[in-house]
Design a protein around this ligand. Structure first.
Ligand code: NAP
Length: 315
């Protein structure tokens, strides 16, 4: 295996850089300098979303990076996501336009449906009474129209199970090229990965470090004894091994940090590899989804009555 895994080819003939900077929970005042530090360190992929509430500050940082000639727009991959309260077909172009304005760019490289979940327009959060039935085919059609006019170079989804992705593939005129889902050494996504692979959909892994900063997730992915022992043997940090594991699995990986030292640490994963025996060790880590999505299901409201139905059994 080549040690350097810079990008992955997508079915729409674009190349997604293998390592992207995550920006969820990157606080105002810190996210701009994180993006700047990341691009200067060599990152060429930024993972954004309207709901993260920081696209304006990211846009200011990008503008300066382009003006200063640090990177050209065409050398940077920028993903953003359509939030749940904008699923109505007429709201999709407005949502993308806001994202483009905030990011101060003309087009995205990838626009994702953030969740297969719909909430009432103008509402925030997931109060049960805000949950609505989805109409993914209608939302997707509106996304396709944005692709047609060049507002994004690719379309994809996020948090879609194999079944939901399969249902979309049956009706899509422009197929999704990426499914962005939780993926790390403690949640391999074995079934979904196989489904994606056999359908030409690239799997992008979010929370690759197990999202240790998210208190409600009770994550200890980076502290797992198998991961820390592999890291010790390789002379790398657990975070680097978790990221490198994702790359060797064939996923793009999206670690978030607003700390310059950790931004650099997380990028230093291209001149070494996890050998087969240690890779096998990592496969012995017990599996558990961190983001179960209990807040997205309800007996009365919305599309999904249980988390089993939300993930179609992939839990
Ligand atoms: P993550 O990247 O797994 O973990 C981020 C946390 O780890 C932060 O608290 C960060 O703190 C810390 N960290 C970063 N580098 C570290 C290192 N080398 N050693 C120890 N700790 C380190 O979690 P995430 O933010 O949940 O996921 C990453 C990105 O995926 C998000 O930012 C977002 O872009 C995307 N995402 C998408 C979805 C979706 O629904 N599509 C859901 C979740 C996440 P510091 O900042 O202080 O370094």
């Amino acid at each position: 295996m080549a040690t350097e895994i810079r990008s992955f080819d997508l079915i729409n003939k674009t190349q997604i850089p293998s390592l992207g900077l995550g920006t969820w929970q990157s606080e105002p005042g810190l996210v701009g300098q994180a993006v700047t530090a990341a691009v200067k360190a060599g990152y060429r992929h930024i993972d954004c979303a309207q709901i993260y509430g920081n696209e304006k500050e990211i846009g200011l940082a990008l503008k300066k990076l382009f003006e200063d000639g640090v990177v050209a727009r065409e050398d940077l991959w920028i993903t953003s996501k359509l939030w749940c309260n904008n699923h109505a077909p007429e709201d999709v172009p407005i949502a993308l336009e806001k994202t483009l304005n905030d990011l101060q760019i003309e087009h995205l490289d990838l626009y994702l449906i953030h969740w297969p979940v719909r909430t009432k327009k103008g509402t925030a959060g997931f109060k049960p009474e805000n949950l609505l039935k989805t109409d993914i085919p209608a939302t997707w059609k509106a996304m396709e129209a944005l692709f047609d006019i060049g507002k994004t170079r690719g379309l994809g989804v996020s948090n879609f199970s194999s079944k939901k992705l399969g249902d979309l593939l049956k009706v899509a005129r422009i197929p999704p090229v990426v499914n962005q889902v939780e993926c790390h050494p403690s949640w391999h996504q074995t079934k979904l990965r196989e489904f994606c692979k056999s359908n030409g959909v690239h799997l992008s892994g979010y929370s690759p470090l197990g999202s240790p900063g998210t208190k409600w997730l009770k994550s200890n992915v980076l502290e797992h004894p198998i991961l820390t022992s592999v890291a010790d043997k390789l002379g790398k940090t657990p975070a680097q091994v978790a990221i490198r594991w994702g790359l060797q699995m064939g996923h793009s990986v999206l670690p978030k940090s607003t700390n310059e030292a950790r931004i650099k640490e997380n990028f230093a994963v291209s001149d070494w590899l996890i050998p087969d025996d240690l890779f096998t060790e990592l496969s012995k880590i017990e599996q558990a989804r961190l983001v179960r999505g209990d807040f997205l299901v309800n007996d009365i409201y919305g599309e999904y009555k249980t988390v089993e139905v939300l993930w179609d059994g992939e839990i």
